[in-house]
Design a protein around this ligand. Structure first.
Ligand code: SF4
Length: 231
């Protein structure tokens, strides 16, 4: 099985420097997570940048914006736009009432406290809070979203379990002893694994014949062996 460092090195060689979201700081990253539901990164970017341009990506501006301004933007973000508008206002309300509108202040707290603060916001659970902190330069492990998790499971980390949460934990348990410690390396790993899961290692029909991880990937080796047996 491929080591994590080899995996990341090969992905970096294949894709180049990974691209982080265009959101800066915890407040923008919470808004980035809540911009869309089940839509492409391109659409997320459109909604997010429209919010920046037409409303302002800060708690006071979002809190005081009218439905007439927010609803059309929320409709571009997918199903249930009214719920999305409610969440945007809720994000702004929490930021204003608990952090005086300055969510950057959580970055001076100890890691666990900062994570707890982020989990108060809509749609931000443990992996989401860890990812936001990682993108802000604070790391304690390698947060994974579904694409990155799928890549690592296929390579051979952890075990596929009945529930997503159990699979996530089994991969994290396997990774724990070998993880890099610097936030920058972990951020690079998170972004490249996500990119790979969205580009080649797709959920249905992964494109193994084009994959830089082909040699050393458990899933690809098993697939090749079963194809050979069928010949
Ligand atoms: S070889 Fe196939 S299954 Fe393995 S990481 Fe690449 S695309 Fe995914």
């Amino acid at each position: 099985m491929l080591t994590l460092s080899k995996t990341i090195a090969r992905l970096k060689q294949h894709y180049g420097e990974p691209q982080a979201p265009p959101a800066h700081g915890p407040f923008e990253l919470v808004m980035w997570e809540n911009a869309c539901y089940l839509l492409s990164d391109e659409r997320r970017l459109e909604v997010f940048e429209s919010l920046r341009k037409k409303v302002g990506l800060n708690a006071a501006a979002i809190h005081s914006a009218s439905d007439e301004v927010l609803l059309p933007l929320a409709r571009r973000g997918g199903m249930r736009p009214e719920t999305r508008v409610f969440r945007w206002r809720e994000i702004a309300r929490i930021a204003l009432t608990q952090f005086s509108g300055d969510l950057d202040s959580i970055l001076t707290s100890p890691y666990l406290q900062a994570k707890k603060a982020l989990k108060q916001f809509p749609n931000i659970g443990d992996p989401g809070a860890e990812k936001i902190l990682l993108l802000c330069g604070m790391a304690s492990g390698l947060p994974l979203e579904s694409n990155g998790l799928r890549v690592l499971v296929r390579i051979g980390w952890g075990r596929l379990q009945k529930s997503y949460g159990a699979t996530y934990r089994s991969v994290q348990d396997d990774l724990k002893p070998i993880l890099p410690t610097t936030a920058n390396t972990l951020k690079e790993a998170h972004l490249l694994l996500r990119q790979h899961g969205k580009t080649l290692c797709k959920e249905k029909a992964p494109l193994c014949d084009q994959c830089p991880l082909f040699k050393g990937c458990d899933y690809a080796e098993k697939r090749a062996a079963s194809a050979f047996r069928l010949c």
